[in-house]
Write a protein that binds this ligand. Structure first.
Ligand code: AMP
Length: 546
């Protein structure tokens, strides 16, 4: 194209996290935030109060001598104090490092040192965890326990302070600074199953755009009339960005604190009546089991967003048929802030017979505007969007990582695209279906078998609570599926029963070569099956049995 570009004449205001909070305080001051605290009780306050306390945090950081870009860590459940820190720390210009307490101790030590966290704000629950690694994180200057004086623990942590006492000493006036919207706002480390965790540094701009794009009706569907319960932790990819989305929309938040089991969740749901729940499949399995055991219905819940791992068909069906709740399948990654695709109710589902709609809901959905995605073969050539071709899934967009924090590894970055490590199909309407992690897919005689699809078919058996499929070595086919299952208590289910159950659900050549019953399955810090350990343990199982 020839000629000079003609620029628009619009203001160039930075997209900052403090701007989200100011909007929330002025537009939704009365919006309620309800939290179950570690102390055991329920706490309530308003968005206006949250904003005031976030400003006190900023004053506190100033008093601590924190400079722009320095890292302040949290080790905390979903709750109002964590919420305030999200805005107080990032708004001040520091970087909020939300630590996943479920990481192994050596990973915790690694990330705290790697991020160079100056202070750690910690929930009562995790004080012993920090005490156990204190010697290995010497550069941390001090610790703030998220409680009042009455609950301060007797701890060996040095330079330890009480959060409520500190906040009470600060004024709630603070003028949020303005800076470049590309500055880092928060960070999260991947909970990789091999090697050290890798840091992802979100910017103010990426966070705000991600929140703006993901609130729409066919996305998270948030509004001032919504009430949602994020079970997805604030230490795992910022609870899918929902703290920020709530600030934009004024949706009421109900934070579960440490109570993630079925009974505690139900107690909160019954009391606060959220219409939207968000979390990983394992949490919903616990809730569904609990609801079965007490014979009650989730009356208030209209939608349940499920991400982090694939939602089995049986879960989609259970929510719909037992609870009248629509399961919205979503897919994303730590590296993607995290939302990539969402499968909310839409025009394609309107006229579909129920069973076909369930099949469509089992896909991971369509991209949020801003996300571009494509699948490629092993040579990097684009594959068709026909719902059949399977390839490596690449993505790009304004809230996708462009490089890991203080890490030279560029192997996931290809010509401006990020290689997700997932294998997927994409259909003509841009629906994504995650087939597998590329390292988990089973290559049987050159053909691929999806471990996810097999697991999800098997877990539909009412006597199985969890299933995991791994590639086991095979003399003839190179790899064959091996199914590891956890039986419901008291169940006498046999290998043959499981194979019979699967026989009309998957292709014959997908049927596992063996079914092994185990007491439990290992999980990563974000609740995904820890397949790497199982592979090591069981990779020669079929050869040994032959
Ligand atoms: P994390 O960075 O811990 O959030 O993990 C991201 C990975 O989780 C993705 O690359 C997928 O392999 C997996 N994942 C996330 N959501 C889904 C989903 N809805 N279905 C299947 N896998 C998922």
């Amino acid at each position: 194209m020839s000629g000079q570009p003609m620029f628009g004449q619009m203001m160039d205001r930075p997209l900052l996290i403090s701007g989200l909070l100011e909007h929330a305080e002025t537009t939704h001051p009365g919006t309620e935030i309800v939290s179950r605290r570690c102390e055991g009780d329920i706490h309530r306050y308003t968005m206006k109060e949250a904003a005031g306390r976030a400003r006190r945090i900023a004053n506190l950081l100033h008093r601590f001598g924190i400079e722009q870009g320095e890292r302040i860590a949290t080790l905390a459940w979903n709750g109002y104090r964590h919420y305030e820190l999200y805005f107080g720390v990032s708004g001040y210009g520091a970087v909020l490092h939300t630590i996943n307490p479920r990481l192994f101790a050596d990973q915790l030590v690694y990330i705290i040192n790697h991020a160079k966290d100056r202070w750690i704000f910690v929930d009562l629950t995790f004080v012993p965890l920090l005490e156990s690694i204190r010697e290995q994180i010497p550069q941390v200057e001090g610790f703030v326990v998220l409680c009042d004086e009455a609950h301060m623990p007797d701890t060996s942590l040095p330079n330890v302070h009480c959060y409520e006492t500190l906040l009470a000493q600060e004024p709630d006036e603070f003028v949020w600074p303005e800076f470049d919207e590309r500055c880092a706002a928060s960070m999260c480390y991947t909970s990789g199953t091999t090697g050290n965790p890798k840091g992802v540094l979100y910017s103010h701009r990426s966070t705000v755009i991600h929140a703006m794009s993901s609130i729409g009706q066919e996305m998270l569907g948030l509004a001032s009339t919504s009430c949602f319960l994020p079970v997805v932790p604030m230490f795992h990819v910022n609870a899918w960005g929902t703290p920020y989305s709530a600030a934009i929309t004024g949706a009421k938040q109900v934070f579960p604190g440490p109570g993630m089991d079925g009974a505690s969740l139900w107690e909160l749901i019954e009391a606060e009546k959220p219409d939207l729940l968000l979390g990983v499949p394992t949490v919903w399995l616990m809730l569904l089991n609990h609801m079965d055991s007490i014979g009650k219905k989730l009356e208030s819940v209209q939608n349940v967003i499920v991400g982090g791992s694939a939602a089995p068909l049986s879960m989609i069906r259970d929510f719909q048929e037992k609870h009248d709740a629509f399961l919205i399948h979503a897919w994303g990654m730590t590296e993607m802030s995290p939302i990539g695709t969402v499968n909310a109710h839409n025009i394609h589902m309107e006229s579909l017979p129920l069973e076909e709609r369930y099949q469509l809901q089992a896909k991971q959905g369509r991209p949020v505007y801003g996300i571009e995605m494509k699948i490629v073969d092993d040579d990097g050539h684009d594959l068709p969007r026909d719902g059949e071709a399977r390839g490596r899934l690449l993505v790009r967009g304004p809230w996708i990582v462009s490089g890991y924090y203080r890490n030279e590894d560029r192997s996931s970055f290809i010509d401006g695209w990020f290689d997700t490590g997932d294998v997927a199909t994409i259909d003509a309407n841009n629906y994504l279906h995650i087939v597998d992690r590329s390292k988990d897919v089973i290559k049987s005689g050159g053909e691929w078998i999806s471990s996810i699809d097999l697991e999800n078919a098997a877990v539909g058996h009412p006597q199985l609570t969890e299933c995991c499929v791994i590639a086991a070595r095979h003399e003839k086919w190179a790899e064959r599926p091996l199914l590891l299952c956890v039986r419901r208590e008291g169940s006498q289910l046999t290998e043959q029963d499981v194979l019979d159950y699967l026989s009309d659900k998957v292709a014959k050549w997908w049927l596992p070569d063996a079914v092994v019953f185990v007491d439990s399955l290992p999980h990563t810090a974000t609740g995904k099956l820890l397949k790497v350990n199982l592979r090591t343990e069981y990779e020669n199982y079929l050869l040994e049995q032959a």
